[in-house]
Design a protein around this ligand. Structure first.
Ligand code: 6LW
Length: 530
């Protein structure tokens, strides 16, 4: 027996989808504008999870340049059938909708490589795929109702997919609009056949405080579906905003090797008020069957902090910590591969500055990791000889319009570290230090400035610190200087809108000018405190 600690995946890992192949479990989550996209995790026991790859890792696979933050890759579904892994997902382009739609990719190894997309002739979001025992394949998804009876009413549709041609065939069936009248966004549907009955699991209420998991069943895959009178079968919406986990919904079911049932769901952990800077995270919930219906977290009725997994042998996963080397799968860029501007070197990266900035919905020179812990220290040892008008540094990122940058800047001969808060597109300087005026000097060789920029996140206080850098690791010895403290309550999606948790990363830009400058990130350390 072993205990799974919830969340299974801390940080921005929303819309989890899970499947089992023999003794192996695989899980994928949404990634929106980040690249590589759709991380694939593996476990042998539902307790310890290791990332093994990404579904989207080639620029040619999908083009999401220009797609603004919180557009991009939404709510995937992962399934395995007959030796092949199938993934369906939506690329959302909120700007003009000219690109994107629902697509399907396949792989023989879930670690990759995954195929190029096959675009599906189906609108809406949250596609899912179901392989019936009789060999037929059914695609389903959600979209705004054509003739809504209430605000944000959606409908879940089901249509057959011909796996030979990957084309949708036959009539479409609208099977579900939610369990509760007036419920917004019946979404994230998944079909299963269990003991001969078809089950439809779907979220509703929207992916914030009113989120819920509901279930319906039918004798035929195309319906009619009968809702469970106990719906919603899992929600935290009645627990109030003061509860530890909120917004629980978007479930997917898996049966373990021993016959037991489990669900993955998303939820948020607010702190410092109703703010959830880590985003929507992946949780595990035990499921049992009673009278032909699933009961989520029996006897408890809510997402447990720890889940007993009787068949698990392995210990809990080690907490992520320390230096994050270039090969670490946590590194992500934006909308395209980091190889366009970054080269691994030693424990870190050489980062070629780009004219694009963090405010542009393209691939700026940015490399970051999810903030996975409320209290965390992140240290970036950075060396750079900037040209006039360029800047490079550490950033806490929600989006193009909302982030805080602690940057080395050069204006004329003056070199400074400046902390700028971009909030809803408007920039405010929170603090600055003149590097040339500091007693310890910038640790510079020639024109090069060597500094350690640190983020010390303690709850909603995001302090940006500066200490001397350089190969001697001076940053570890000198007492850091606080440049500014940003209020994290302004950065989470409750404050900014959107679907994402925070990322912490490094960046460099020439602010629109041609450049040959390379910033050297000697190493980045991510050290969780709590
Ligand atoms: C996703 C929807 C949802 O498409 O949020 O929580 C949307 N559920 O199913 C974006 O993650």
């Amino acid at each position: 027996m072993s205990l799974a600690a919830n969340p299974l995946l801390p940080g921005c890992y929303p819309d989890p989808t899970i499947c089992r192949v023999g003794a192996d479990y695989y899980l994928v989550t949404s990634t929106f504008e980040y690249f590589p996209g759709l991380p694939v995790f593996h476990s042998r026991d539902l307790v310890s999870w290791q990332q093994i790859g990404h579904v989207v890792e080639r620029a040619e696979q999908l083009d999401y340049q220009g797609v603004a933050s919180s557009g991009g890759l939404y709510a995937p579904t992962l399934r395995h059938h007959d030796g092949t892994f199938w993934l369906v997902c939506t690329l959302v382009d909120q700007q003009d909708g000219a690109r994107g739609g629902n697509f399907l990719m396949t792989a023989s190894d879930p670690a990759g490589p995954w195929s190029d997309p096959v675009w599906l002739d189906a609108g809406g979001i949250d596609p899912s795929i179901f392989f019936d025992d009789d060999g037929r394949v059914w695609l389903h998804g959600t979209r705004l109702a054509a003739e809504p009876q209430w605000h944000d009413q959606t409908e879940v549709w089901v249509r057959e997919l011909d796996p030979a041609t990957m084309a949708l065939v036959g009539p479409e069936h609208v099977v579900w609009t939610g369990a509760v009248r007036d419920a917004v966004w019946a979404e994230g549907p998944h079909l299963y056949r269990i003991d001969g009955t078809y089950y439809l699991l779907a979220a509703e209420g929207g992916t914030e405080m009113n989120h819920a998991v509901c279930v319906a069943r039918s004798e035929a895959v195309t319906g009619p579906y009968e809702g469970n009178r106990k719906n919603p079968v899992l929600t935290h919406r009645h627990l109030g905003s003061g509860t530890d986990v909120v917004g629980v919904g978007h479930g997917d079911l898996v049966q373990a090797v021993d016959g037991s049932w489990w669900a993955t769901v998303l939820g948020m952990r607010p702190y410092g008020g109703l703010h959830h800077n880590l985003g929507r995270e992946t949780f595990l919930v035990p499921v049992e069957w009673e009278d032909g219906w699933p009961v989520f977290a029996p006897g408890v009725g809510r997402v447990p902090t720890e889940v007993e997994v009787p068949f698990a042998q392995e210990p809990r996963r080690a907490t992520a910590s320390g230096v994050v080397p270039p090969g670490d799968l946590r590194w992500t860029s934006l909308r395209g591969p980091a190889s366009a501007f970054a080269v691994p070197r030693g424990h870190g990266w050489d980062l070629s500055l780009r004219p694009s900035t963090l405010c542009d919905a393209v691939t700026p020179a940015f490399l970051g990791l999810r903030q996975q812990h409320q209290d965390v220290d992140v240290h970036a040892d950075l060396r750079v000889a900037l040209a006039d008008g360029e800047d490079a540094g550490l950033v806490v990122r929600q989006s193009e319009d909302d982030h805080v940058r602690a940057s080395v800047i050069r204006a004329g001969q003056g070199r400074r570290v400046v902390v700028v808060h971009r909030r809803a597109g408007v920039e405010t300087t929170l603090g600055e230090k003149d590097l040339d005026g500091l007693a310890w000097g910038p640790g510079a060789v020639g024109d090069e400035v060597a500094v350690r920029l640190s983020l010390r996140a303690r709850g909603q206080d995001y302090a940006f610190l500066l200490s001397p850098g350089g190969p001697s690791g001076g940053g570890a010895q000198a007492e850091p200087v606080t440049v500014a403290v940003a209020d994290g309550r302004t950065l989470d999606s409750m404050a900014t809108g959107g679907f994402l948790g925070l990322w912490i990363g490094v960046y460099g830009t020439s602010n629109g000018q041609p450049t040959t400058t390379t910033a050297h990130l000697d190493r980045l350390e991510y050290v969780p405190v709590r």
